[in-house]
Design a protein around this ligand. Sequence first.
Ligand code: ADP
Ligand code: MG
Length: 628
Amino acid sequence: MNSLATDPSGINPLLTMPRPIQALPDQLISQIAAGEVIERPSAVVKELLENALDAGATQINVRLEQGGVKRIAIVDNGRGIPPDQMPLALARHATSKIATLNDLESVLTLGFRGEALASIASVAQLTLTSRTAEEAHAWEMSGASASIAPIPASGAQGTTVDVSDLYFNTPARRKFLKTEQTEFGHCAEVVRRIALARPDVSFSLSHNGKTVDHWNVADIAKRSSHILGNEFSAARLYVEEAAGPLRLSGFVGLPTASRVRADCQYFYVNGRFVRDKLLTHAVRAAYQDVLHGDRYPSYVIRLDLDPTLVDVNVHPSKIEVRFRDSRGVHQFVFHAVSRALAQTSATAHGAAPAPVPANPGALPWMRTPQQATFASQFAPSTGSAHGVAQDLASYGALFSGMRADPAESGNLYRDANARTGGTTPWIATGAEQDEHPLGFALAQLHGIFVLAQNTRGLVLVDMHAAHERILYEEFKGALDADAVQVQPLLIPVTFHADPIETGTVEEHPEVLRSLGFDITVLSPTTLAVRAVPALLKNADAQNLARDVLRDVREFGGSRVLLERRNEMLGTLACHTAVRANRNLTIPEMNALLRQMEMTERADQCNHGRPTWVQLALTDLDRLFLRGQ
Ligand code: ADP
Ligand code: MG
């Protein structure tokens, strides 16, 4: 029996509206597409900015009125559109960016679907004005006149797209819009995202006739300072790593730059802003040791890889991506960010909190996707699935069981130094090169702080926090060194599993073993847990196995395991660490300083608070207004 006929409302929509199947008119198709691609003014801004960048613009001005609903006008100085192609630019599924499936798989432009201008023109008044270098003047046409040839107009080289009265003909959509200020906020965020990806382009943004932002051409260090503000630039670390086909660069904020909301997280894949679960998770996991769970890290990170290894065509607005080797990418991002954060250990702690290479212009950040050299940096991708898997596997081997090797620590600093000829101003000299960068203890203050003197001035240490961090890392190091202790179960725990779970067991036996699990497939629907990590022997084996299998499948490692272990370590360390109000002797205090120097991340305790601060002589001078 047809369920529609028994619908309790008694209305069968198929019966009240009997209609033959028919092809939809173009305009309606575009309006349907518009629902996905341009759900609000900020999405129009995004599409138009991406077009300007794809056209090689170096200067882009964005003018908004009434949150973009009344008007969005974007002027670029890019290569323009020849007049005979202007009607096509406005047509649906017409693009200059790809022509074949092959092109789609290796696309480096931001756009390629050929539907943005058509979609926008279907729900707003759109005027396109453009001039190429060859034309003596600009040409203009409106979205409504797509079938009529453009008419002469005035204007410099480049393109202006002027969109007004957004959703004038789709009132239902209009109702979903928020207040003018909110819509403007979304638009401004889109401009920020894109401006962060392209510091080599100047941007300006105005709203209701007032200039809101203006960023000149800069490097990523400056651009990110301008956009994210001092709080971020005063507490960030430069990160740059490459492995096989993957390259990551950018800035990660120290815990002191963390936020109560995830509003300062900028991740780019091949120059495209993405909000991707896998990547967000990888970064989050890297912060796990230094950041309390209710804080969100701040970062601006760019991941570059051969475009054939990532599918950007999985989401209409391309905000999510799919990697061919998601596990390899997760591990790479996780390790790169973890290593950068581990650099905050006492020995590498320089005077300047924002280690920025002197010459970021040479950094991969500035390599725009359009540059022809880009693709050639990567090995040709012919039959690359295997080759890449191998690259990533050898990469994984490089890091498996990696603990901070003290010789590794400071690598970024050294590399950057070499790259810029050793003149990088943020490389601290003198104090940092002594054997004892944290200096020697002078006294204890109220049983809470240790005061020490080093060549730069005064060092203040939070005793309890520092000791907690040392213990935590010690516990962790001991665990890692033994690999994971395994606890065989006297009676194996069997449980009913779904095909994905049994598949994971069959596919990743070595990962599970390295995590301390012995799980076997008894039948296509039954799994048996024969051993668990000794640390977690009291946990419910079935639930634990399920969580671990899910993690192994999704991330190639076990978040659950790490989280539980670190929680436990944190508690253990906290209970064993020196309590405040305990009097330490000078030799004890010096021993603490020496241990801190040897301990990774000694300047952040495991709740994300700093464990020590440096007050340089110049800071002290300033306190007394000396030299002013
Ligand atoms: P897509 O960007 O996916 O190709 P669009 O509908 O956004 O689709 O744009 C259609 C075509 O119009 C583009 O392929 C490009 O050739 C041209 N175009 C759009 N905007 C610009 C611009 N600002 N400068 C130069 N060409 C443009
Ligand atoms: Mg486009």
